[in-house]
Design a binder for this molecule. Structure first.
Ligand SMILES: NC(=O)c1ccc[n+]([C@@H]2O[C@H](COP(=O)([O-])OP(=O)(O)OC[C@H]3O[C@@H](n4cnc5c(N)ncnc54)[C@H](O)[C@@H]3O)[C@@H](O)[C@H]2O)c1
Length: 447
């Protein structure tokens, strides 16, 4: 069998500059931009980023081909990134990073000059969708269509002024109130009519996503908001040949869940209950203190265990396990969240055991490299002419988007295999199945 595939997409090279446009210039966005600049200045390592630090095995184990992912698939280089952001709060990147309190003064001194150059553009924002925020840096328009047009004009201006060859947009703004898909989300026509009539079912995040897709800018959704996860915008993404991905960056407690739960299932250990509680005191925590925004987050966090453990396949082990997730806004902690998990598991002969996790986590430190990877991989997807939902990026999300009839894959290790096999496929290398019988066939032939 050859190690090369014959059919694989042609990929345009990452030449020129890549503009990264960020709705939301809060804790995650400023930590991301500051980190990229610190790496560019040789002051830090891009820890946590698969695109910068990850390697990929190609071919057989005996071939010892293990390039860095960024060399293998030719990703945009950090030195070619340009940044822009929108935010209803007018603070520049440096002021916003100070409020967020993620980075220490030493880091802010090193890259603060660069952060201060990022001045947020007026946002498409309404308190109807984020109750706990007030902001004056907001666009005005007669209806939602005009607001979408204003965002499209921002995108075109940024592309031109910064001489960007390509753009990507990553939603780093607040979690909006819970919205269920309705008639206005079912087709492009209904959605555009809804923009004209300022239908309340169309949230600000959907207006950004619509503007991005119309401008052929790939879009990733870092929050649990419905946003692009509706037929209208999924269809538009395919029609405009734009890659999209979502939802909700996988950090903190959910990251831990999707690492641990596959291990418990792999060993056929049962689960009686998983209780997760958090304290956090950043602006995100304040927004999530509103029950309607929390409901959006809760839906995103609760699905994970069910999909990984498959109680319908393993009723003896996982029927009726109790799963609770709480987020408590506790200002003294700022961005330094603490998350506790109590996990009640059962083993041989039904004997109970307990696992306790106390994760002293830094949310935005875990989220920033995800923003970078999504920006670079979505750009790769577009250069490879891929469009619509990029399920291979599920690795980065709490609620991965899938084709309408598919269940999402939550297991972190399956997600990583899928991501790497997609990269191999893109470059004409065979996927790695870990079957490995060929090594023994060869050995027997030689013996
Ligand atoms: N930090 C993490 O680990 C993590 C993990 C998963 C998801 N998220 C999500 O990422 C998002 C950002 O998190 P954060 O900690 O940076 O929050 P943050 O509150 O520090 O920043 C969000 C920013 O978005 C702005 N904003 C709100 N509505 C906007 C709009 N319509 N247009 C433009 N800007 C708008 C706010 O003013 C704020 O500055 C949140 O939705 C959060 O739930 C974060």
């Amino acid at each position: 069998m050859s190690d090369k595939q014959t059919e694989h997409p042609k990929i345009a090279p990452p030449s020129g500059r890549l503009g990264v446009m960020l709705p939301g210039l809060g804790a995650v966005a400023t930590t991301f931009v500051a980190g990229v600049e610190a790496v560019r200045r040789g002051l830090a390592q891009p820890i946590g980023s698969i695109t910068q630090m990850g390697t990929i095995r190609l071919g057989k184990r005996t071939e010892a081909r293990r390039p860095l992912i960024k060399d293998f698939v030719r990703l945009a280089s950090l030195s070619d990134l340009e940044f822009a952001a929108w935010d209803p709060i007018p603070d520049d990147g440096l002021e916003s990073a100070r409020v967020a309190g993620v980075l220490g003064e030493a880091h802010l001194r090193e890259v603060g000059d660069f952060l201060a150059t990022i001045k947020p553009l007026p946002a498409v924002f309404s308190q109807d969708y984020v109750k706990k925020l007030k902001g004056e840096n907001v666009k005005q328009g007669a209806n939602k269509r005009e607001l979408a047009e204003a965002l499209r004009a921002d995108i075109r201006r940024f592309r031109e002024e910064r001489g960007c060859d390509r753009l990507v947009m990553v939603w780093c703004a607040s979690t909006e109130v819970f919205l269920s898909p309705g008639p206005v989300h079912q087709s492009i026509e209904a959605f555009e009519e809804g923009l004209e009539k300022s239908d309340p079912g169309i949230s600000p995040s959907m207006i950004y996503a619509y503007a991005a897709i119309q401008e052929r800018v790939p879009f990733a959704n870092g929050a649990p908001n419905l946003t692009v996860d509706i037929p209208a915008l999924r269809e538009l993404a395919i029609a405009r040949r734009v890659p999209i991905a979502g939802k909700d960056f996988k950090t903190g407690q959910t990251l831990m869940k999707t690492i641990l739960a596959p291990g418990l299932k792999a060993r056929m250990l049962g689960l009686q209950g998983w209780f997760s509680t958090n304290i956090l005191g950043n602006r995100d925590g304040e927004v999530l203190d509103d029950p309607e925004s929390f409901k959006t987050k809760e839906e995103s966090k609760l699905g994970v265990l069910h999909h990984i453990l498959q109680p319908e396949l393993y009723p003896v082990l996982y029927d009726n396990f109790y799963h609770k997730v709480r987020i408590n806004y506790y200002p003294p902690r700022g961005d330094n969240k603490e998350g506790w998990d109590n996990i009640d598991i059962i083993g041989w002969l039904g004997y109970p055991m307990q696992i306790k996790i106390d994760f002293l986590c830094r949310d935005s430190i875990l989220a920033a490299p995800i923003v970078l990877d999504l920006a670079l991989f979505l750009d790769l997807a577009q250069r490879a002419n891929m469009s619509g939902i990029q399920e291979w990026l599920s690795f980065y999300f709490k609620s991965p988007m899938t084709a309408p009839d598919l269940y999402p894959e939550h297991d972190l290790f399956i997600q990583l295999t899928k991501l790497k096999n997609t990269l191999r496929w893109l470059m004409g290398e065979v996927p790695i199945t870990h079957l490995g019988v060929e090594y023994y066939d060869e050995y027997l032939r030689e013996a």
